[in-house]
Design a protein around this ligand. Structure first.
Ligand SMILES: Cc1cc2nc3c(=O)[nH]c(=O)nc-3n(C[C@H](O)[C@H](O)[C@H](O)COP(=O)(O)O)c2cc1C
Length: 216
């Protein structure tokens, strides 16, 4: 029997950025539920979750997204396609909605959270430059993306993270342009096609010594 360490490493080696998906193989509802949970359970700075995960089920929308994704087939062929969007700004009301949620989930009085609320508003709403907030939110989205990719690998579900997309065109197609959210990146998920030669390609990684440094 494999140890958990060996199993984890084997799954991480098995994962690769899938280029060709099997159009016929779909993710089961049970597995999809775990994938969704991996997004919901992702950490974010202050726990703010400034994101929206848009699952594009509509086939004609996916056809429209493909040409603005460098024509990449994964957009239309994968079982599931998730667009990661984040808030363009962080307004006081959003912080308040998060405080309301903490109070609700943990059964706390809102007043007991007022110090946390003031601190967040001071640091984020007043303290951050507007342009920077969108970038900051995008960083949070990448954490969720990492969680999703790893969870999928552990379930032996294939994925490809996709930055080869035109976020502005995505905003237009998905109706986000005049909304609070803006497209960051996307992930296609499903099952690799046998024809995908990249599945067998050796992983190209720098030597451990080059990237992991121990300061003693
Ligand atoms: C943020 C991000 C964006 C990426 N965008 C694309 C993409 O648009 N299309 C694609 O085929 N691969 C994309 N990749 C996959 C990378 O090229 C791939 O992860 C890298 O070459 C390492 O290979 P591996 O994931 O197969 O181990 C992206 C990866 C990341 C992390």
């Amino acid at each position: 029997m494999k140890t958990i360490n060996a199993e984890l490493l084997q799954k991480l080696q098995w994962r690769y950025a899938t280029k060709v998906f099997n159009k016929k193989k779909k993710i089961s509802p049970e597995n999809w539920d775990v994938l969704e949970q991996s997004l919901l359970l992702s950490p974010s700075s202050y726990g703010l979750q400034p994101w929206k995960f848009i699952v594009v089920e509509n086939e004609s929308l996916r056809e429209k997204l493909k040409p603005v994704s460098w024509g990449q087939n994964q957009v239309t062929d994968a079982s599931h396609f998730i667009v990661f969007a984040t808030l363009k700004e962080l307004k006081a009301e959003f912080i308040e909605s998060y405080i309301d949620r903490i109070a609700e989930v943990r059964g706390q009085l809102k007043e007991s959270l007022s110090g946390y609320e003031t601190m967040m508003k001071k640091n984020i709403v007043e303290g951050m430059k507007k342009d920077y907030v969108f970038h900051w939110n995008q960083r949070q989205a990448y954490i969720a993306m990492g969680f999703l990719l790893e969870t999928a690998a552990l379930l032996e579900i294939d994925t490809v993270p996709m930055e080869g997309i035109d976020p502005k065109a995505y905003d237009d197609i998905l109706g986000l342009t005049n909304s609070d959210y803006g497209t960051v990146a996307a992930v296609a998920l499903g099952y690799r096609d046998e024809a995908d030669k990249y599945a067998e390609a050796k992983k190209v990684r720098f030597a451990k010594e080059k990237v992991i440094q121990f300061l003693k």
